[in-house]
Design a protein around this ligand. Structure first.
Ligand SMILES: NC(=O)c1ccc[n+]([C@@H]2O[C@H](COP(=O)([O-])OP(=O)(O)OC[C@H]3O[C@@H](n4cnc5c(N)ncnc54)[C@H](O)[C@@H]3O)[C@@H](O)[C@H]2O)c1
Length: 335
C-alpha cells in the first residue's frame, strides 16, 4: 500500500482524489491536511487518520510516500517543492503552476530530490478526445488543419477562482483542459500564441472568458475558448482537408468528403461526395479519476511511465503564460 497524504481537502480534493484513493487498495490514507476546521472534521470522520493544519508538520511526523496536492492554485508549486524535498512523491492538481518560473522550480526540485512529480491533466483521458483521435487517425477527415475546442456557461462564480492572488481566472482553471486537449491530437511544437482574456460577468479581478489561439509548426491552428454563452455551442470543431468533425460533448458528428478524381473546370465549384456518421461516446469528457488512479499506482511502483511528462506540462505553462502576455500586449507572442 502506498502511504498517501491529501493536502487540501476542499471541493475537489475530497471528491475527485479522495474517492479513488479510498476505493483502491493500492493506497492507504495516512494523513489529511487542511486549514479549514469543517474540512478537517469531514476527513477525520471519513478516514480516521491524523489530521493536520500545517503540512510541514505533517511531512515531518507522518513521512508520507505520496502527497496529493489539491489546494488553491497559487499554493501548488511551493507545496510541491516542499513535499518533494521532504522525500515524498507528489501529484499536483491543475494548474500545477501559475507561471513558468514556478514550473521550472518544481522540475528542479524533482531532479534534486529524485522523487516522482505527477502533474494532473485528467482531460487527456477524456472520452470525446479519444474518440476524436480514432476518427482522425483513421483518416476520415484527411489532414487536419484547424482544431477548435470550446466550453461555455452562464454560471457565476464567487469563490477564490475570481481572484488573481489565489491563482484564479479561467485561463489557469480551464486552459489545462481546453488548451492541452487539442494539442494531444497533433504532434507539433507551438510557434506563437494569441490570447484574449476578458472579465465579463464574474466579480473579482480575473478573466471569466477566454480565447487562445496556438499556431503550430506543422501549420495546424488550435483555437481554445471558454465563453460566457448560452445554448448549444459545439465543444469541438475540427477541420481537415477531407471533412469536418462537430462534437457536442458526447455526440460526435463526422462529415467525410470525397473530392472528385477528375475536375470539370467549366464548373464553378467541384461536386463532392458526402458521407456522414455519428459516434456517441460514454464516460467523462474531462477524464475519469477511477480510471486514472490505478495507472498512478503503477507509475508510482515504476511499472509504467506517468501519462503526463514534465516537458509537456512545462510546455502548457509556457503557452498559458504567453496567452496572458499576448492579451496584455494585444499582439501574438512567440514561444
Ligand atoms: N478537473 C480537475 O482536475 C479539477 C476540478 C476542480 C478543481 N481542480 C483544482 O483543484 C484545486 C482546488 O480547487 P477546489 O475547487 O477544490 O478549491 P477549494 O477551495 O474547495 O479547496 C482548497 C482547499 O485547500 C485548503 N487549504 C488552503 N490553504 C491551505 C493550506 N495552507 N494547507 C492546507 N490546506 C489548505 C482549503 O481550506 C480548501 O479546503 C484548484 O487548483 C483547482 O484548479 C481541479
Amino acid at each position: 500500500m502506498i502511504r498517501t497524504a491529501i493536502l487540501g481537502y476542499g471541493r475537489n480534493g475530497s471528491t475527485m482524489h479522495a474517492n479513488p484513493i479510498e476505493k483502491y487498495d493500492d493506497f492507504e490514507v495516512v494523513a489529511v491536511c487542511d486549514i479549514d476546521p469543517e474540512a478537517q472534521e469531514k476527513a477525520k470522520k471519513r478516514f480516521g487518520c491524523p489530521i493536520y493544519d500545517d503540512y510541514h508538520q505533517m511531512l515531518e511526523v507522518e513521512k508520507p510516500e505520496f502527497v496529493v496536492i489539491v489546494t488553491r492554485s497559487s499554493q501548488h508549486a511551493q507545496m510541491a517543492i516542499d513535499c518533494l524535498m521532504a522525500g515524498a512523491h507528489v501529484l499536483v492538481t491543475k494548474p500545477w503552476a501559475t507561471n513558468v518560473l514556478d514550473a521550472q522550480r518544481m522540475i528542479a526540485a524533482q531532479q534534486i530530490s529524485g522523487r516522482k512529480l505527477f502533474p494532473w491533466l485528467p482531460a487527456r483521458f477524456g472520452v470525446d478526445l479519444r474518440a476524436i483521435k480514432e476518427i482522425i487517425d483513421r483518416g476520415d477527415i484527411g489532414r487536419v488543419f484547424e482544431i477548435r475546442r470550446s466550453a461555455c456557461t452562464f454560471g457565476l462564480r464567487f469563490d477564490w477562482q475570481t481572484e488573481s492572488k489565489y491563482g484564479g481566472g479561467y485561463l489557469l482553471n480551464w486552459g489545462p483542459h481546453l488548451i492541452d486537449q487539442p494539442l494531444q491530437l497533433t504532434d507539433s511544437p507551438v510557434k506563437y500564441v494569441y490570447g484574449n482574456l476578458r472579465q465579463t460577468i464574474n466579480p473579482g479581478d480575473v478573466e471569466d472568458n477566454l480565447r487562445v489561439i496556438c499556431h503550430l509548426e506543422n501549420g495546424v491552428t488550435v483555437v481554445s475558448e471558454y465563453l460566457i454563452a448560452a445554448g448549444d455551442y459545439p465543444s469541438w470543431v475540427i477541420q481537415g482537408d477531407r471533412g469536418t468533425i462537430y462534437a457536442h460533448d458526447h455526440e460526435i458528428k463526422v462529415h467525410s468528403i470525397k473530392l472528385p478524381e477528375h475536375v470539370d473546370k467549366s464548373e464553378y465549384r467541384s461536386k463532392v461526395e458526402h458521407k456522414e456518421y455519428t459516434v456517441t461516446c460514454e464516460g467523462n469528457i474531462y477524464g475519469d479519476e477511477f480510471e486514472i488512479y490505478p495507472h498512478i499506482a503503477r507509475a508510482l511502483r515504476g511499472e509504467e511511465p506517468y501519462f503526463v511528462t514534465l516537458e509537456s506540462a512545462l510546455r502548457l505553462s509556457r503557452i498559458l503564460e504567453a496567452a496572458k502576455r499576448s492579451s496584455e500586449l494585444h499582439q501574438e507572442v512567440c514561444l
